[in-house]
Ligand binder design. Structure first.
Ligand SMILES: O=P(O)(O)OC[C@H]1O[C@](O)(CO)[C@@H](O)[C@@H]1O
Length: 395
């Protein structure tokens, strides 16, 4: 555990705040979009109406007795929150439970015909088929001829900035993608990142865990980074942690990994070579997928179960992607931004790297000058606008 006491966890109860807007505006918008994307029958429509009303004015409700994960959610705090306003429980918890209840409403865990149908799939596929995705893949053609250091940087930054591709974020902030990214990182531990993965004979025994975030235009560069690290002999095995079920609109599941690999192998040029190498890596077991239930838990990573802790302890490095995973990694609190990243991640069982664009209030590990410059230029907007990014590493 960290020696630094955490400030109180963030709630969604302050009108005008970012968390409040997510509960009050983003969630109803997501319900609307999912409803429009599928020809659901009257039962699903009724349940979606009920969820929308519950989000606006109601309270957290229990899962049905038949829910396969009911006991797990009870372990994750459900009983303490049932009957309370969505706005008064930890924001991390209420957001996560919203996605669980949305899956309930569309019959994802039921026994009917909608069982296992990802309600976000149309949005994910549209993104995968977008011209921007093809343009990003075409850019791989020139990369092979570049010097090694340049390729390292391009693939690391490709994975980092891929985190801007977040469909949930764009649903509530239509201008998000148009706002220009600020290339200078607010924290940059890339040198430490590379120092933890030196190429060489012993690297073959080294495992890298990559805790994925979004599918599509984030997952593809994550896979390309994994392929690069394996090809460079910087690690011998990559374990890709994905979500066990659809979550936060675009979070990657196993099905999304398959779609991303098929997109790569079906693309022209160098992208297909990378895709084939990744396909082979899956067949040989040097790239494996893990869909642990805790990856979609409404809790900070301090609560991770023993089996996951043991896995991360054995990894040479765990790379944690994205904003939500960052909130879980450091704790969903408004830390003073200069709180050392190493302190708040001291509990983590092995070396850990965060690759994240800034899309919520949580931030640690800034130096005082950087924070002051950001505040002077943007007020509080830099924290949530998705235009800034960081690479933070704790050895
Ligand atoms: O896909 P990411 O990077 O985890 O972002 C998830 C988004 O949802 C949030 O968790 C807020 O709902 C933000 O942190 C971010 O806008």
């Amino acid at each position: 555990m960290s020696d630094t006491p955490a400030p109180p966890v963030i709630l969604g109860d302050e009108p005008g705040s970012f968390p409040h807007s997510v509960l009050a505006e983003r969630h109803p918008a997501i319900i609307r979009q999912v409803r429009e994307a599928f020809p659901y029958g009257p039962d699903v429509h009724r349940r979606l109406d009920a969820l929308r009303e519950s989000c606006a004015e109601g309270v957290v409700e229990a899962l049905p007795d038949t829910a396969p994960d009911r006991d797990r959610w009870r372990d994750w705090g459900l009983d303490a929150y049932v009957g309370r306003s969505w706005f008064d429980v930890p924001w991390l918890w209420s957001e996560s439970y919203f996605y669980r209840q949305l899956l309930e409403a569309v019959g994802y865990f039921g026994t009917g015909p909608w069982r296992g149908i990802d309600p976000f799939r149309p949005f994910k596929l549209a993104e995968l088929d977008a011209p921007e995705t093809d343009a990003e893949l075409a850019a791989l053609d020139g990369l092979g001829a570049r010097p090694a250091g340049e390729r390292d940087r391009a693939l690391l930054h490709g994975s980092l900035w891929g985190n801007r591709a977040d469909l949930g974020f764009r649903l509530s902030d239509a201008q998000a993608q148009e706002r220009a990214a600020v290339p200078a990182l607010v924290a940059d531990d890339s040198d430490t990142f590379w120092s933890l993965l030196p190429a060489g004979d012993t690297a073959r025994t080294r495992t890298l865990c990559l805790v994925a975030d979004n599918s599509g235009r984030e997952l593809i560069p994550d896979l390309l980074l994994a392929a690069h690290l394996l090809a460079q002999g910087r690690c011998g095995r990559v374990v890709l942690h994905v979500k066990p079920y659809p979550y936060y609109v675009s979070d990657a599941t196993t099905a999304d990994v398959v779609d991303a690999l098929r997109k790569l192998t079906g693309a022209p040029g160098a992208a297909a070579d990378h895709g084939r190498r990744l396909w082979t890596a899956m067949a040989e077991g040097t790239l494996t997928i893990r869909a642990h239930p805790f990856s979609a838990a409404p809790l900070p990573c301090t609560a991770m179960p023993a089996d996951l802790r043991a896995e991360f302890a054995q990894a040479a490095l765990t790379v944690v992607k994205g904003d939500l995973n960052y909130r879980r990694l450091v704790g969903d609190s408004r830390w003073p931004p200069t709180t050392p990243f190493a302190d708040v991640t001291a509990y983590f069982p092995g070396p850990v790297a965060a690759l994240r664009t800034l899309k919520s209030d949580v931030i640690t590990g800034l130096d005082a000058g950087t924070e002051a410059a950001l505040v002077a230029a943007e007020g509080l907007r830099w924290r949530t606008g998705g235009t800034h990014a960081l690479i933070q590493v704790r050895e």
